[in-house]
Design a binder for this molecule. Structure first.
Ligand SMILES: O=P(O)(O)OC[C@H]1O[C@](O)(COP(=O)(O)O)[C@@H](O)[C@@H]1O
Ligand SMILES: [Mg+2]
Ligand SMILES: [Mg+2]
Length: 351
């Protein structure tokens, strides 16, 4: 959907334009409109903060072992109700153990993180919602069939950030657009028809509290960033970590940088923390469509195929120069002069 609409055009009009250019997008556009309606509802709820009740109240554990907060459940119920009224056959939600079957004859399947950045609920920080839309593959014996295709099979992907403004970042496979919720009217309006990730940047995002658990390539890359102009990267970096994937990625999409949630040595973290179907793959599509790159260190994210609904995948994405650099560290490329002693010690970058 290369959008030629003017800034301020309502989402519905932009979707209509995309459908008239490519009628095959009609069902995906209906799904996006439904997700957007749910986002407006959730945004209002979040905007009232504690006046909406205790949105951070702890409930059950979800299938990934995280404690579900009240807002996780509210968002899951809101978005799945919206998807029930859309052409969606299956939903893979973070908050449901198994694939949910909605309208069996419908053409699409949706993977969704109804509420991303849960640790920020209750402290007035940005949270969001992430989704990826794929063709539904009809296999009565295997409910996961629609989701066991590579991320490149996604027809569309997007996320919503409930921040100071509520933003929708969207791709229908031809560029990445941003929209902002016009609160007075309860509808999203176009704010950027073509987001573009700068190829080079000086900002990294990683949960540095896990440094001692990282593997050698990540340790070496971050150490080299921290060495700034005194190290092989020859530039001074800044670090940002919002603990909310959507907000961190919106920053990377807007002004560049690199986001890393690698695998590490903690129990159950060999493949990191983020889930492939409803976090990593949609984000990878959005970043690639904005001219950036996304890898798990070895493999392009959009080539990965999930084998389970809540499967995790390491994510390194953003400005192409930084992502290539991390991939080179993983690949054992040639050492640079003055590079991190860690690589020298472990011989990782030796040819
Ligand atoms: O707690 P950590 O290690 O900082 O992890 C933060 C990451 O976890 C997440 O909150 C995971 O998403 P959920 O809140 O949907 O489980 C990401 O948004 C964020 O990038
Ligand atoms: Mg999440
Ligand atoms: Mg979540």
């Amino acid at each position: 959907m290369a959008i030629s609409a003017a800034i301020g055009t309502p989402l519905e009009a932009c979707l209509a334009q995309a459908v008239s250019a490519n009628p095959a997008l009609k069902d995906a556009a209906t799904v996006i409109a439904a997700v957007a309606r749910s986002a407006v509802e959730i945004s209002e709820r979040i905007g009232r903060g504690a006046l909406s009740g205790d949105l951070a109240a702890a409930g059950e554990h979800n299938s990934d072992g995280d404690v579900q907060k009240a807002l996780d459940v509210i968002a899951h119920e809101s978005v799945t109700a919206a998807l029930r009224a859309a052409p969606v056959a299956e939903v893979a939600s973070e908050e449901a153990e198994e694939v949910m079957r909605l309208n069996p004859d419908a053409p699409l399947a949706v993977a969704i993180d109804p509420l991303d950045g849960s640790s920020n609920i209750g402290v007035n920080m940005a949270v969001g919602m992430i989704f990826g839309i794929r063709p539904s593959i009809k296999d009565p014996a295997n409910p996961l069939a629609s989701f066991t295709t590579p991320g490149s099979a996604q027809i569309a992907a997007g996320f919503v950030t409930y921040g100071p403004a509520t933003a929708l970042i969207l791709t229908l496979g031809d560029g990445t657009q941003s929209y902002v919720l016009d609160r007075a009217e309860g509808q999203f309006r176009l704010t950027s028809p073509a987001m573009s990730v700068p190829a080079s940047a000086k900002e990294f995002a990683i949960n540095a509290s896990n440094a001692r658990h990282w593997d050698a390539p990540v340790k070496a890359y971050i150490e080299d960033c921290q060495r700034g102009t005194e190290g092989p990267r020859d530039k001074d970096y800044n670090m940002r970590w919002l603990a909310s994937l959507v907000a961190d990625i919106q920053r990377v999409l807007t002004r560049g940088g690199v986001f890393l949630y690698p695998g590490d040595a903690r129990k159950n973290y060999a493949r990191g923390r983020l889930r492939l179907l409803y976090e990593v793959a949609p984000v990878a599509m959005l970043v690639e469509q904005a001219g950036g790159a996304a890898t798990d260190g070895q493999t392009r994210i959009l080539d990965l195929v999930a084998t389970g609904i809540h499967e995790r995948a390491p994510l390194v994405c953003g400005s192409t120069e930084e992502v290539s650099c991390v991939a080179a560290y993983y690949g054992g490329g040639k050492p640079d002069a003055g590079r991190s002693p860690l690589f020298g010690q472990r011989g990782l970058m030796r040819s």
